[in-house]
Ligand binder design. Sequence first.
Ligand code: BQF
Length: 293
Amino acid sequence: MAAKIISGNEVSQQMKDEMKLEVAELKAKGLQPCLAVILVGEDPASKVYVSNKKKACEYIGIRSLETRLPAETTTEELLKVVNGYNNDPSVHGILCQLPLPKHIPETKILRAIVPEKDVDCFHPFNVGLISIGEVRFLPCTPAGCLELIKRGGFETSGKDVAILGRSNIVGRPLSNMLDQRTMNATVFMCHTKTKNLKEKCAGADIVIAAMGQPEFVKADMVKEGAVVIDVGINRVDAPGTEKGWKLVGDVAFDEVKEKAAAITPVPGGVGPMTIAMLMKNTLTAAREAAGLK
Ligand code: BQF
Protein backbone atom coordinates (compact mmCIF):
# COMPACT_ATOMS: atom_id res chain seq x y z
CA MET A 1 0.00 0.00 0.00
CA ALA A 2 1.46 3.34 -1.00
CA ALA A 3 1.14 6.13 1.54
CA LYS A 4 -1.05 9.18 1.35
CA ILE A 5 1.25 12.14 0.79
CA ILE A 6 0.18 14.93 3.14
CA SER A 7 1.04 18.14 1.32
CA GLY A 8 2.18 21.01 3.50
CA ASN A 9 2.00 23.24 0.45
CA GLU A 10 -1.72 22.54 0.11
CA VAL A 11 -2.59 22.67 3.80
CA SER A 12 -0.60 25.86 4.38
CA GLN A 13 -2.24 27.48 1.35
CA GLN A 14 -5.65 26.66 2.75
CA MET A 15 -4.67 28.15 6.11
CA LYS A 16 -3.30 31.28 4.49
CA ASP A 17 -6.56 31.75 2.60
CA GLU A 18 -8.48 31.41 5.87
CA MET A 19 -6.19 33.95 7.51
CA LYS A 20 -6.54 36.36 4.61
CA LEU A 21 -10.26 36.56 5.36
CA GLU A 22 -9.55 36.99 9.05
CA VAL A 23 -7.16 39.89 8.39
CA ALA A 24 -9.79 41.58 6.23
CA GLU A 25 -12.16 41.40 9.22
CA LEU A 26 -9.52 42.75 11.60
CA LYS A 27 -8.76 45.60 9.24
CA ALA A 28 -12.47 46.45 9.09
CA LYS A 29 -12.24 46.82 12.87
CA GLY A 30 -9.29 49.17 12.46
CA LEU A 31 -6.57 46.66 13.33
CA GLN A 32 -3.56 46.19 11.04
CA PRO A 33 -1.55 43.14 12.21
CA CYS A 34 2.21 43.67 11.99
CA LEU A 35 5.22 41.36 12.23
CA ALA A 36 8.79 42.59 12.72
CA VAL A 37 11.63 40.35 11.55
CA ILE A 38 15.26 40.84 12.54
CA LEU A 39 17.99 39.23 10.46
CA VAL A 40 21.62 39.38 11.60
CA GLY A 41 24.31 38.42 9.09
CA GLU A 42 24.28 36.90 5.65
CA ASP A 43 23.40 33.22 6.11
CA PRO A 44 21.84 32.24 2.75
CA ALA A 45 19.30 29.80 4.24
CA SER A 46 18.22 32.44 6.77
CA LYS A 47 17.67 34.92 3.96
CA VAL A 48 15.38 32.44 2.21
CA TYR A 49 13.43 31.83 5.43
CA VAL A 50 13.00 35.56 6.08
CA SER A 51 11.86 36.09 2.52
CA ASN A 52 9.32 33.23 2.89
CA LYS A 53 7.95 34.95 5.99
CA LYS A 54 7.65 38.33 4.31
CA LYS A 55 5.91 36.82 1.29
CA ALA A 56 3.39 35.06 3.52
CA CYS A 57 2.70 38.33 5.38
CA GLU A 58 2.14 40.11 2.12
CA TYR A 59 -0.26 37.43 0.86
CA ILE A 60 -2.36 37.47 4.02
CA GLY A 61 -2.33 41.23 4.50
CA ILE A 62 -0.06 41.37 7.52
CA ARG A 63 2.27 44.38 7.57
CA SER A 64 5.88 43.28 7.82
CA LEU A 65 8.92 45.21 9.01
CA GLU A 66 12.47 44.04 8.57
CA THR A 67 15.72 45.04 10.22
CA ARG A 68 18.87 43.70 8.62
CA LEU A 69 22.03 43.95 10.65
CA PRO A 70 25.62 43.06 9.76
CA ALA A 71 27.19 39.88 11.18
CA GLU A 72 29.45 42.01 13.42
CA THR A 73 26.48 43.52 15.29
CA THR A 74 27.00 43.48 19.06
CA THR A 75 24.56 41.94 21.52
CA GLU A 76 23.81 45.43 22.87
CA GLU A 77 23.00 46.80 19.42
CA LEU A 78 20.70 43.88 18.72
CA LEU A 79 18.99 44.30 22.10
CA LYS A 80 18.32 47.94 21.19
CA VAL A 81 16.54 46.88 18.01
CA VAL A 82 14.48 44.30 19.92
CA ASN A 83 13.54 46.91 22.52
CA GLY A 84 12.51 49.36 19.85
CA TYR A 85 10.00 46.81 18.55
CA ASN A 86 8.98 45.83 22.09
CA ASN A 87 8.00 49.46 22.73
CA ASP A 88 6.27 50.06 19.40
CA PRO A 89 2.52 49.48 19.88
CA SER A 90 1.97 49.08 16.13
CA VAL A 91 4.18 45.95 16.16
CA HIS A 92 2.38 42.79 17.33
CA GLY A 93 4.93 40.07 16.64
CA ILE A 94 8.74 40.09 16.79
CA LEU A 95 11.13 37.40 15.68
CA CYS A 96 14.86 37.22 15.47
CA GLN A 97 15.90 34.80 12.72
CA LEU A 98 18.06 31.94 14.02
CA PRO A 99 20.84 30.98 14.02
CA LEU A 100 22.54 34.13 15.31
CA PRO A 101 26.26 34.79 14.80
CA LYS A 102 28.29 32.86 17.39
CA HIS A 103 29.30 35.89 19.47
CA ILE A 104 25.66 36.73 20.29
CA PRO A 105 24.03 34.66 23.05
CA GLU A 106 20.76 33.40 21.61
CA THR A 107 19.05 32.87 24.94
CA LYS A 108 19.68 36.46 25.95
CA ILE A 109 18.08 37.79 22.77
CA LEU A 110 15.13 35.41 22.84
CA ARG A 111 14.39 36.40 26.44
CA ALA A 112 14.48 40.09 25.54
CA ILE A 113 11.44 39.82 23.25
CA VAL A 114 8.39 40.58 25.40
CA PRO A 115 6.32 37.39 25.77
CA GLU A 116 3.23 39.14 24.31
CA LYS A 117 5.07 39.58 20.99
CA ASP A 118 7.03 36.30 21.04
CA VAL A 119 5.44 34.74 17.95
CA ASP A 120 8.18 32.09 17.68
CA CYS A 121 7.17 30.93 21.17
CA PHE A 122 10.81 30.65 22.30
CA HIS A 123 10.59 32.76 25.48
CA PRO A 124 10.78 30.54 28.59
CA PHE A 125 7.49 32.04 29.81
CA ASN A 126 5.66 30.91 26.68
CA VAL A 127 7.49 27.56 26.66
CA GLY A 128 6.27 27.12 30.24
CA LEU A 129 2.68 27.90 29.25
CA ILE A 130 2.84 25.16 26.61
CA SER A 131 4.11 22.63 29.11
CA ILE A 132 1.21 23.31 31.49
CA GLY A 133 -1.29 23.17 28.65
CA GLU A 134 -2.14 26.88 28.58
CA VAL A 135 -2.02 27.89 24.99
CA ARG A 136 -1.31 31.38 23.74
CA PHE A 137 1.28 31.06 20.99
CA LEU A 138 2.03 27.71 19.42
CA PRO A 139 5.65 26.85 18.65
CA CYS A 140 5.54 27.12 14.85
CA THR A 141 7.21 23.92 13.63
CA PRO A 142 5.65 21.61 16.27
CA ALA A 143 2.22 23.14 15.64
CA GLY A 144 2.78 22.70 11.91
CA CYS A 145 3.45 18.98 12.41
CA LEU A 146 0.29 18.54 14.48
CA GLU A 147 -1.83 20.47 12.00
CA LEU A 148 -0.59 18.19 9.19
CA ILE A 149 -1.61 15.13 11.20
CA LYS A 150 -5.04 16.64 11.91
CA ARG A 151 -5.79 18.03 8.46
CA GLY A 152 -4.38 14.85 6.93
CA GLY A 153 -7.30 13.12 8.66
CA PHE A 154 -5.40 11.36 11.47
CA GLU A 155 -5.93 11.25 15.24
CA THR A 156 -3.41 11.56 18.05
CA SER A 157 -5.66 10.36 20.84
CA GLY A 158 -4.50 7.04 22.26
CA LYS A 159 -1.66 6.81 19.76
CA ASP A 160 1.98 6.01 20.48
CA VAL A 161 4.23 8.69 19.05
CA ALA A 162 7.98 8.34 18.61
CA ILE A 163 9.76 11.69 18.41
CA LEU A 164 13.31 11.56 17.12
CA GLY A 165 15.28 14.57 18.30
CA ARG A 166 15.02 16.60 21.50
CA SER A 167 15.73 20.14 20.37
CA ASN A 168 14.15 23.09 22.14
CA ILE A 169 12.66 24.17 18.82
CA VAL A 170 10.97 20.96 17.70
CA GLY A 171 11.22 17.71 19.67
CA ARG A 172 10.81 19.06 23.21
CA PRO A 173 7.79 21.32 22.59
CA LEU A 174 6.17 18.59 20.47
CA SER A 175 6.34 16.14 23.32
CA ASN A 176 4.92 18.79 25.66
CA MET A 177 1.98 19.29 23.34
CA LEU A 178 1.27 15.69 22.40
CA ASP A 179 0.80 14.32 25.90
CA GLN A 180 -1.59 17.09 26.97
CA ARG A 181 -5.21 16.09 27.64
CA THR A 182 -6.19 17.80 24.42
CA MET A 183 -4.04 15.44 22.31
CA ASN A 184 -3.88 12.31 24.47
CA ALA A 185 -0.88 10.74 22.77
CA THR A 186 1.75 8.65 24.52
CA VAL A 187 5.15 10.01 23.63
CA PHE A 188 8.57 8.48 23.57
CA MET A 189 11.43 10.80 22.97
CA CYS A 190 14.33 9.20 21.13
CA HIS A 191 17.84 10.57 20.91
CA THR A 192 21.46 9.54 20.41
CA LYS A 193 21.59 7.52 23.64
CA THR A 194 18.27 5.72 23.14
CA LYS A 195 18.68 1.94 23.10
CA ASN A 196 16.81 -0.18 20.57
CA LEU A 197 15.79 2.97 18.74
CA LYS A 198 14.81 1.03 15.65
CA GLU A 199 12.39 -1.17 17.61
CA LYS A 200 10.94 1.79 19.50
CA CYS A 201 10.23 3.63 16.26
CA ALA A 202 8.84 0.52 14.62
CA GLY A 203 6.33 0.18 17.46
CA ALA A 204 4.95 3.70 17.03
CA ASP A 205 1.69 4.70 15.36
CA ILE A 206 3.16 8.09 14.51
CA VAL A 207 6.84 8.83 13.87
CA ILE A 208 8.08 12.42 13.91
CA ALA A 209 11.63 12.71 12.62
CA ALA A 210 13.41 15.87 13.78
CA MET A 211 17.01 14.96 14.44
CA GLY A 212 18.68 16.47 11.41
CA GLN A 213 20.16 13.31 9.89
CA PRO A 214 19.53 12.92 6.17
CA GLU A 215 17.26 9.92 5.42
CA PHE A 216 17.89 8.36 8.85
CA VAL A 217 14.45 6.79 9.18
CA LYS A 218 14.35 3.69 6.97
CA ALA A 219 11.43 1.40 6.16
CA ASP A 220 12.48 -1.16 8.79
CA MET A 221 12.05 1.51 11.50
CA VAL A 222 8.43 2.19 10.59
CA LYS A 223 5.34 0.12 11.35
CA GLU A 224 3.04 -0.84 8.49
CA GLY A 225 0.32 1.83 8.39
CA ALA A 226 2.14 4.41 10.52
CA VAL A 227 1.91 8.17 10.00
CA VAL A 228 5.36 9.66 9.32
CA ILE A 229 6.08 13.38 9.73
CA ASP A 230 9.43 14.55 8.39
CA VAL A 231 10.80 17.77 9.94
CA GLY A 232 14.29 17.44 8.47
CA ILE A 233 15.72 19.87 5.93
CA ASN A 234 19.13 18.58 4.84
CA ARG A 235 21.13 19.76 1.90
CA VAL A 236 22.91 16.81 0.29
CA ASP A 237 25.15 16.54 -2.77
CA ALA A 238 23.34 15.59 -5.93
CA PRO A 239 25.92 15.35 -8.70
CA GLY A 240 24.51 15.89 -12.15
CA THR A 241 21.64 18.12 -11.01
CA GLU A 242 21.50 21.78 -11.94
CA LYS A 243 22.45 23.12 -8.50
CA GLY A 244 24.62 20.15 -7.55
CA TRP A 245 22.60 19.61 -4.35
CA LYS A 246 19.08 18.73 -3.25
CA LEU A 247 16.98 18.88 -0.10
CA VAL A 248 16.15 15.65 1.69
CA GLY A 249 14.35 15.04 4.95
CA ASP A 250 15.24 12.90 7.96
CA VAL A 251 13.16 10.10 6.40
CA ALA A 252 14.13 7.86 3.47
CA PHE A 253 11.00 8.96 1.63
CA ASP A 254 10.97 6.49 -1.28
CA GLU A 255 11.16 3.36 0.83
CA VAL A 256 9.09 4.57 3.80
CA LYS A 257 6.21 5.72 1.59
CA GLU A 258 5.66 2.08 0.56
CA LYS A 259 4.98 1.10 4.15
CA ALA A 260 3.43 4.11 5.89
CA ALA A 261 -0.25 5.09 5.79
CA ALA A 262 0.78 8.72 5.35
CA ILE A 263 3.99 10.67 4.97
CA THR A 264 4.99 14.31 4.55
CA PRO A 265 7.37 15.28 1.74
CA VAL A 266 10.51 17.44 1.86
CA PRO A 267 10.33 20.09 0.55
CA GLY A 268 6.65 21.05 0.70
CA GLY A 269 5.77 19.29 3.96
CA VAL A 270 6.40 20.71 7.43
CA GLY A 271 8.42 23.72 6.11
CA PRO A 272 5.54 25.73 4.67
CA MET A 273 3.43 24.83 7.73
CA THR A 274 6.02 26.49 9.98
CA ILE A 275 5.42 29.72 8.08
CA ALA A 276 1.62 29.37 8.25
CA MET A 277 1.76 28.85 12.02
CA LEU A 278 3.94 31.93 12.41
CA MET A 279 1.26 33.92 10.60
CA LYS A 280 -1.37 32.45 12.91
CA ASN A 281 0.61 33.50 15.98
CA THR A 282 0.96 37.00 14.58
CA LEU A 283 -2.81 37.27 14.24
CA THR A 284 -3.23 35.97 17.79
CA ALA A 285 -0.77 38.60 19.04
CA ALA A 286 -2.57 41.37 17.16
CA ARG A 287 -6.01 40.30 18.39
CA GLU A 288 -4.84 40.06 21.99
CA ALA A 289 -3.07 43.42 21.85
CA ALA A 290 -6.32 44.98 20.66
CA GLY A 291 -8.37 43.16 23.31
CA LEU A 292 -10.31 41.19 20.71
CA LYS A 293 -11.37 37.61 21.67
C1 BQF B 1 9.53 23.84 2.03
C2 BQF B 1 14.46 26.65 9.71
C3 BQF B 1 16.28 25.24 10.41
C4 BQF B 1 16.83 26.29 11.13
C5 BQF B 1 16.21 27.53 11.16
C6 BQF B 1 9.12 26.02 3.16
C7 BQF B 1 10.58 26.84 4.88
C8 BQF B 1 11.38 25.72 4.70
C9 BQF B 1 11.05 24.75 3.78
C10 BQF B 1 10.91 27.88 5.87
C11 BQF B 1 13.23 26.91 8.97
C12 BQF B 1 12.59 25.84 8.16
C13 BQF B 1 12.69 28.19 8.98
C14 BQF B 1 9.92 24.90 3.00
C15 BQF B 1 11.50 28.59 8.17
C16 BQF B 1 11.18 26.23 7.75
O1 BQF B 1 8.92 24.16 1.00
O2 BQF B 1 9.79 22.67 2.31
C17 BQF B 1 9.44 26.97 4.10
O3 BQF B 1 10.96 29.04 5.51
N1 BQF B 1 11.16 27.57 7.20
C18 BQF B 1 13.33 29.20 9.78
O4 BQF B 1 12.87 30.34 9.83
O5 BQF B 1 14.44 28.91 10.46
C19 BQF B 1 15.04 27.70 10.45
C20 BQF B 1 15.10 25.42 9.71
